[in-house]
Ligand binder design. Structure first.
Ligand SMILES: Nc1ncnc2c1ncn2[C@@H]1O[C@H](COP(=O)(O)OP(=O)(O)OP(=O)(O)O)[C@@H](O)[C@H]1O
Ligand SMILES: O=c1ccn([C@@H]2O[C@H](COP(=O)(O)O)[C@@H](O)[C@H]2O)c(=O)[nH]1
Length: 228
């Protein structure tokens, strides 16, 4: 399968980077990349949150705060790239065009990205890459097992959704104006691209790597199917 894996900040560095997880996920990505075509997008995680919260005390310039988040996600992407070693292309793309150039120059290598531009989150980068690269699916690896009908960390009676349509995804993503480091289960820019381009997505717990392997192999998996 040709797929974009979105490794959420909550998985990659919730409270700092977990060395064991970094080693395990890098080795799994290596295994998957032998059989599948994979690009990885990493979220901003702890540094993005910490720097963003501090930055907000000094400025309300959302583009500047977004830039802080973008740089944080690229730091995380650099660390994953280091852990992947020869498996990965050494450059981190900063746009769709750069992604395609790097992809052309590095056949067979995993390309790792962070943020692209202000006004969105790394979910959107995953969808943007999937669109230009012609990927079949975006796999959002996050800190919840499913998309629910409301935030399960706020509402005890939230119900899991095993399958949602693109229209439902757009509603769950919300339509509030983008603010740096404020998130819903899917970035609205990402939901719009997935929906308009008919790109399937899966939302799963990022710590369950066997489950992610099952998605790539086209098998049954635990998580929410979007658009299929
Ligand atoms: N309807 C919902 N279903 C599931 N989770 C939801 C929902 N609404 C809000 N959430 C929240 O979304 C969070 C996970 O998504 P989020 O994109 O914020 O994190 P992430 O995977 O770390 O990605 P990123 O690095 O882009 O922030 C969950 O921890 C949960 O609290
Ligand atoms: O393309 C992008 C990606 C990210 N940002 C900003 O960075 C933070 C952290 O990214 P997450 O995906 O939420 O982990 C995000 O909230 C944005 O403020 C961006 O501007 N553009």
């Amino acid at each position: 399968m040709k797929a974009v894996l979105k490794l959420g900040g909550s998985v990659f560095s919730a409270e700092g980077v977990d060395r064991d997880f970094l080693e395990t996920v890098s080795s799994k990505i290596g295994e998957w990349a032998r059989v599948h075509q994979i690009a990885v997008v990493v979220g901003g995680g702890k540094i993005s949150r910490e720097y963003g919260e501090l930055g907000r005390k000094f400025t309300s310039d959302e583009d500047l705060l977004d830039t802080v988040g973008i740089m944080a996600s690229r730091v995380n992407a650099s660390l994953l790239l280091a852990a992947l070693g020869d498996l990965a292309a050494t450059e981190i793309p900063k746009s769709e065009e750069e992604f395609l150039n790097i992809s052309e120059k590095n056949p067979g290598k995993v390309i790792v990205a962070g943020g692209f531009r202000p006004g969105q989150r790394t979910d959107a980068v995953s969808a943007e890459i999937a669109e230009v690269w012609g990927a079949e699916m975006v796999i959002k690896c996050t800190d919840v097992d499913y998309i629910y009908d409301k935030d399960p960390n706020k509402f005890e009676d939230a119900k899991k959704l095993e399958s949602v349509s693109f229209e439902e995804l757009k509603k769950l993503a919300g339509s509030e104006e983008h603010r740096a480091n404020v998130s819903t289960i899917m970035d609205p820019v990402a939901a719009k691209i997935l929906s308009e381009k008919g790109i399937k997505a899966a939302v799963v717990n990022g710590k369950d790597l066997e489950n992610i392997g099952r998605i790539l192999d086209g098998k049954e998996f635990k998580g929410t199917r979007v658009g299929f």
